[in-house]
Design a protein around this ligand. Structure first.
Ligand SMILES: *Cc1c(COP(=O)(O)O)cnc(C)c1O
Ligand code: SF4
Length: 381
C-alpha cells in the first residue's frame, strides 16, 4: 500500500547534517555542531518555498552558525518549567493551561521558544499524556486546554482523537484549542479524515503559525479551507523576526493574505529571548512600528495583538503604539493612525463621579494607572 503524501514528505525530509550541509551549501562541521544543540529537520514542501539563500523562509528554518552563540538568550526564557506541575502541563493562567502532547515537529524553526524540548522524546513523552489528562481532570478551574507541543498534528489521527476525546469527557473543560504549524510546513497532513475527526470535538479552535506571505500557498490554503469548512475558528500567531517580517509592508501583506484563507490574525509575538536566536530578534520599537503600519491602514480584522511573553514567566503582555498625546480630567489629546491630532472632551461631571460612593472611587483609582502609563510606553515611531 502506498503511503499518504504527508508520510512521504516526512520520510523525504532533510534531517542529517550531511544532507543539510549539501543542500544548503553549508559547512558540514558547523551543521554538526548546531545539530548537537538543536534539532534540524525540513520537509521537502517547506524547503521548496525557499527562493534564494538567506530569504525569509531560509532564515526561519535553515540552521545558522549564529545559533552557536551562547552569550545571550536563555534555554527556558518563559520559565515554563517553573509553572509545570507535571511534565506535559504548563499552568500559568487562572483558567487555562498548555498541554504538550508531542515532542515532534515537521520542520524545526530556528527561533523556537521550546528549542530545549522539541525533538527530545525524553522531555515530552507519551507516558506523560495520561498524567496531563489526570491533572486537567483534577483541576476544575481549567476551562480551556491548549493542546500544543512540539506539534500535536505530528501524532496519528488515532492518537490525537484519543487525547481529544478524553479531554472532551472532562465536564469542566469548555473549549479545546490546538496550536500547530503543520498547515504552514506540512499542509498535506490536513486530510478530509482529520477535519472530520476534529468536527466531533467542538467547540474546538485552532491557532496556526505563519510568518511570511510566501507561506500562504495553494497547498496551505487547501489545508486551512478543510479546517474552516469543519467549522473550526482559525487564528494565527506570528513571531516578529529580523529579515523575515520586520517591516510594515510584509506584515500587512501577511495579515491580509491570512484573511483570504479564513484565518484571523490573533497574536504577533516579540521574539522570545531564547538561546541561539539572537540573530533573529528585533527591537521592541520595530514591533510597535509594524503595528502602527497595520491599524487604520488596513481592515481591523487584519490587526492582531502585539505581545511580549515576559521573560521569567510573567505571561503575555500586550503593547500598543502610543495614540494618546496627553490626558487629564478635561481632555484627552489623541493621534490617529495618519498622525493627525484630535481632542476628546472628558465629561463635565467627572468631579462628581470621583466623589461617588467608595467602591466606585476605588474602581476608578485602580483603573487610572492602566491608562496613564500608556503615555510613555512607546515613543511615537
Ligand atoms: C499563551 C499561553 C496561553 C494562552 O494564552 P491566551 O492569551 O489565552 O491565548 C496559556 N498558557 C500559557 C502558559 C501560555 O504561554
Ligand atoms: S513548529 Fe512550533 S514548536 Fe515546532 S519548532 Fe516551530 S515554533 Fe517550535
Amino acid at each position: 500500500m502506498s503511503l499518504p503524501e504527508w508520510r512521504n514528505q516526512l520520510k523525504g525530509s532533510l534531517r542529517t547534517a550531511a544532507e543539510i550541509a549539501r543542500t544548503f551549501d553549508l559547512d558540514l562541521d558547523e551543521v554538526k555542531r548546531i545539530a548537537r544543540q538543536f534539532k534540524i529537520q525540513i520537509t521537502p514542501y517547506y524547503a521548496s518555498l525557499i527562493k534564494r539563500k538567506g530569504d525569509p523562509i531560509w532564515r526561519q528554518i535553515v540552521p545558522d552558525p549564529a545559533e552557536l552563540d551562547t552569550e545571550s538568550g536563555a534555554m527556558d526564557p518563559l520559565a515554563e518549567d517553573e509553572d509545570s506541575p507535571v511534565p506535559s502541563i504548563v499552568h500559568r493562567y487562572p483558567d487555562r493551561c498548555l498541554f504538550l502532547v508531542s515532542h515532534m515537529c515537521a520542520s524545526y524553526c530556528r527561533f523556537c521558544t521550546r528549542k530545549r524540548k522539541v525533538g527530545d522524546s525524553s522531555k515530552i513523552h507519551p507516558r506523560h499524556i495520561e498524567e496531563g489528562i489526570d491533572y486537567i481532570g483534577a483541576h476544575p478551574e481549567i476551562r480551556d486546554v491548549i493542546v500544543s507541543g512540539g506539534d500535536p498534528l505530528m501524532l496519528s489521527d488515532w492518537r490525537l482523537e484519543s487525547i481529544l476525546s478524553k479531554l472532551r469527557a472532562i465536564p469542566h473543560v469548555e473549549i479545546l484549542r490546538i496550536g500547530t504549524r503543520i498547515p504552514c510546513v506540512l499542509p498535506q497532513r490536513v486530510t478530509p479524515e482529520l477535519a472530520a475527526m476534529f468536527k466531533k470535538y467542538h467547540p474546538l479552535f485552532i491557532n496556526v503559525h505563519f510568518n511570511h506571505p510566501d507561506e500562504i500557498t495553494e497547498e496551505s490554503g487547501r489545508a486551512l479551507g478543510l479546517l474552516a469548512d469543519a467549522g473550526i475558528p482559525l487564528g494565527n500567531q506570528t513571531v516578529l523576526l529580523k529579515g523575515v517580517n520586520d517591516d510594515p509592508e510584509t506584515m500587512k501583506r501577511l495579515m491580509q493574505k491570512l484573511l483570504t484563507v479564513r484565518v484571523r490574525p490573533y497574536y504577533i509575538y516579540q521574539a522570545d529571548y531564547v538561546q541561539g536566536s539572537e540573530h533573529l530578534r528585533t527591537s521592541v520599537g520595530k514591533g510597535l512600528e509594524v503595528l502602527q503600519g497595520l491599524r487604520g491602514w488596513t481592515s481591523g480584522l487584519a490587526v492582531p495583538y502585539f505581545v511580549i511573553d515576559a521573560p521569567g514567566g510573567g505571561g503575555k503582555i500586550p503593547l500598543i503604539p502610543n495614540y494618546v498625546e496627553s490626558y487629564d480630567d478635561k481632555r484627552v489629546v489623541l493621534r490617529n493612525y495618519a498622525g493627525e491630532t484630535f481632542v476628546y472632551p472628558q465629561p463635565k461631571d467627572r468631579e462628581k463621579e470621583r466623589d461617588g460612593e467608595k467602591g466606585r472611587r476605588d474602581r476608578i483609582r485602580r483603573r487610572r494607572p492602566s491608562i496613564e502609563p500608556c503615555l510613555d510606553v512607546a515613543p511615537p515611531v
